[in-house]
Design a protein around this ligand. Structure first.
Ligand code: ACO
Length: 273
């Protein structure tokens, strides 16, 4: 079935990898109320799409995302409380209630510019690959707001406290290599290779058992704010649930290939599925 078309985003496919591209290039992919609504709809649809094994969040044109749309989200929103409320809820919904807990692995593929509010979806994705020459920054302080929504929380969660405060308080920009040093990205690559390297990494993820991958990422994220006792209990139950959900895991195929058939070394990669 053909993908739905949207006014503010574009869906592209490459095998089992689905690219969701922010598509307001003339506005540097600034996030308008319409873009937020489109993202809510697309993420809901793709969550159960069997052809989507990995979701990549990219941007068309010269920027990944220039943050919230200052005109349509802030200025127009201030005049229309109902629209502002919906846009605010949609903005939080697609990025934090959907993307950060997505049932498939997600990759932020960042190029050009990423400012302010864009940090929430950067942090919501499971992985981030950034072009070396990308320009990222918390520009809020430059024009008189604080990193709101949940951006300040995202910074505190992902970065060391001194780095989070430094970049939020100064608005100083940094590049893709620095984003890796700061813990915001997994790796940076030359801009010309961004898509190729993203596909290479995404393809690697498609070789893993999707249930194990999903439970692993859910587990790692969930235990972060738990006590060790709660984490131990939660992870035990989670593993039991995984073994019931997935026959291959329940049958301990990997263990048997290693111990009985001696056909496979778990330390060196996933067994052939
Ligand atoms: N909101 C609304 N419109 C925007 C935004 C934005 N965040 N960013 C860019 N645009 C629009 C511009 O107004 C311009 O529109 P126009 O052609 O109708 O005049 C168009 O996109 C192109 O922008 P330029 O500034 O001409 O593009 P350039 O490539 O020179 O610069 C840059 C790009 C650096 C991203 C610049 O546009 C910029 O500083 N944008 C604002 C970034 C920002 O501070 N975002 C808000 C963060 S705070 C938050 O998200 C809560």
């Amino acid at each position: 079935m053909a993908d739905k078309t949207y006014e503010n985003i574009e869906i592209k496919r490459e095998g089992q990898i689905t690219f969701v591209m922010l598509n307001r290039p003339d506005k540097r992919n600034a996030m308008s109320p319409g873009l937020h609504a489109d993202m809510c709809d697309a993420l809901e649809t793709l969550a159960t799409d069997a052809e989507t094994r990995v979701l990549v969040l990219g941007g068309n044109g010269p920027a990944w995302c220039a943050g919230q749309d200052l005109k349509l989200y802030f200025r127009e929103g201030a005049k229309d409380p109902m629209m502002r409320r919906k846009a605010n809820n949609d903005s939080h919904h697609w990025r934090w209630e959907q993307l950060s807990r997505y049932p498939k692995p997600t990759i932020a593929m960042v190029h050009g510019y990423a400012f302010g509010g864009a940090f929430t979806q950067l942090c919501a994705c499971d992985f981030a690959i950034v072009a070396e020459d990308a320009t990222l920054g918390l520009s809020e302080v430059n024009w008189g707001i604080i990193p709101g929504g949940i951006v300040s929380w995202n910074l505190s969660d992902m970065m060391l406290p001194r780095h989070a405060l430094y970049y939020a308080a100064t608005g100083e920009t940094f590049d893709g290599k620095r984003a890796v040093e700061l813990g915001l990205a997994n790796f940076s690559v030359p801009a010309a290779k961004l898509r190729e390297e993203t596909v290479k990494f995404a393809t690697k993820l498609t070789k893993l058992n999707p249930n194990v991958l999903r439970y692993t990422k859910e587990g790692v994220k969930a235990v972060r704010h738990m006590t060790p006792e709660n984490a131990r209990d939660y992870l035990g139950v989670k593993q039991d649930s995984l073994m019931r959900l997935d026959k291959e895991i329940g049958d301990r195929v990997g263990m048997s290939e290693f111990l009985d058939k001696k056909s496979y070394r778990p330390g060196l990669g996933p067994y052939k599925r």
